[in-house]
Design a protein around this ligand. Structure first.
Ligand SMILES: CC(C)(COP(=O)(O)OP(=O)(O)OC[C@H]1O[C@@H](n2cnc3c(N)ncnc32)[C@H](O)[C@@H]1OP(=O)(O)O)[C@@H](O)C(=O)NCCC(=O)NCCS
Length: 254
C-alpha cells in the first residue's frame, strides 16, 4: 500500500508538530482559534486574523435548541441516552445549504465576482448585480442572505467591523457589501447573515470556499455538545411529542 501523505501533523517518540510547530509550544502560547487556523491554512494567523477567527468561532458556537442542527442533536439525545457522539453527529448532519453551510456557496460567488472585477475591471456593483441576476433567474436563493429570526444578523456587524478595524477586510468584505446592495435592488433588502460574513472574511484570509462550511462545523460543535449535555442532564427520556395532523386516507373498516 502507498504511504498516506499529509502536510498537517507529524510526530516522533517525543514530540508532535502541527505544520512544523511543536504542539508543546503551541499549548503554552497559541489559542484554539489560532491552532484551527494553522491546521487549515498551514501558517499561523497574524494577530488580527487570530482575533477575527476567534470572533467567528464565538459567534457561531450556538443559536438555541430551535435551529435544525440543535433540534436534530436533541431529538437523537432524547431517544438514545447513551451515545452523545451519535447525538452531536446528528446535529452536524443537519448543517447544510440553508443552515450553517451557505458560506461555501456564498464564497464561491464572491470569488467569481472578485475574479471578474480583477480580469475585466468592472465595478463591484456590476459584478455583484450580474451574479445575483443569474442566481435569481436560475431559481436559486442567494446563499448567505436572509435570516429566519433576525432582521439584521447581530453577528454580522461585529465581524465586518472587526475585519475593518483589524486590517483583515479586503475584496471579500467589499464584495459581500456589493452583494447586499444587489440583493436589495433585485429581490428585497435581506440581511447579510453570519454565513456570508464568515465567507467574506475567510476569503480575505486566503481560505478556499469549503472552509466557510467547515469552520461552521468546528464552531457549532461546541454548542451542539452543550445542547446534548443539557438534554441528558435536564430533560426526561423520550420527551419528543410533536403535534401531528394526519391528512392521509381515512381508516379502512376492513
Ligand atoms: C435563511 C432563509 C431560509 C430564511 O427564509 P425565510 O424565513 O423564508 O425568509 P423571509 O421570510 O425573510 O423571506 C422569504 C421570501 O424572501 C425570499 N428570500 C429570502 N431569502 C432569500 C435569498 N437569500 N435569496 C433570494 N430570495 C430570498 C424568498 O424567496 C421568499 O420569497 P417567496 O415567499 O416568494 O418564496 C432564507 O433567507 C434563505 O434561504 N437564505 C439563503 C440560505 C442561507 O443563507 N442560509 C443561512 C441562514 S443563517
Amino acid at each position: 500500500m502507498d504511504n498516506w501523505r499529509t502536510r498537517i501533523t507529524n510526530h516522533d517518540d517525543d514530540s508532535i508538530w502541527y505544520c512544523g510547530h511543536d504542539v508543546a509550544g503551541l499549548m503554552r502560547t497559541e489559542t484554539f482559534a489560532g491552532t484551527t487556523f494553522l491546521l487549515h491554512h498551514g501558517r499561523l494567523p497574524s494577530d488580527g486574523e487570530r482575533r477575527l477567527f476567534e470572533a467567528i468561532l464565538v459567534g457561531i458556537a450556538d443559536h438555541g435548541p430551535g435551529s435544525p442542527s440543535a433540534m436534530s442533536a436533541r431529538t437523537v439525545a432524547t431517544g438514545n441516552r447513551v451515545a452523545p457522539e451519535a447525538a452531536v453527529a446528528a446535529g452536524i448532519l443537519a448543517i447544510g445549504d440553508a443552515h450553517g453551510g451557505a458560506g461555501w456557496a456564498c464564497q464561491r460567488l464572491l470569488s467569481q465576482a472578485i475574479d471578474r472585477v480583477t480580469r475585466e475591471g468592472v465595478s463591484d456593483d456590476m459584478a455583484a448585480d450580474d451574479i445575483v441576476r443569474a442566481e435569481i433567474a436560475a431559481g436559486r436563493r442567494l446563499p448567505g442572505f436572509g435570516h429566519r429570526t433576525h432582521s439584521q444578523d447581530p453577528r454580522t456587524a461585529v465581524l465586518l467591523s472587526l475585519a475593518g478595524e483589524l486590517g483583515v477586510a479586503g475584496a471579500g468584505v467589499r464584495m459581500v457589501l456589493a452583494f447586499e446592495r444587489a440583493v436589495a435592488r433585485q429581490v428585497k433588502p435581506l440581511p447579510i447573515n453570519v454565513d456570508a460574513a464568515m465567507a467574506a472574511i475567510l476569503c480575505d484570509m486566503g481560505f478556499p470556499p469549503i472552509v466557510a462550511k467547515l469552520m461552521f462545523i468546528v464552531g457549532r460543535a461546541a454548542g451542539l455538545s452543550a445542547e446534548v449535555f443539557e438534554e441528558y442532564t435536564r430533560e426526561r427520556p423520550m420527551r419528543v411529542k410533536v403535534p401531528v395532523v394526519y391528512d392521509g386516507p381515512p381508516a379502512r373498516r376492513t
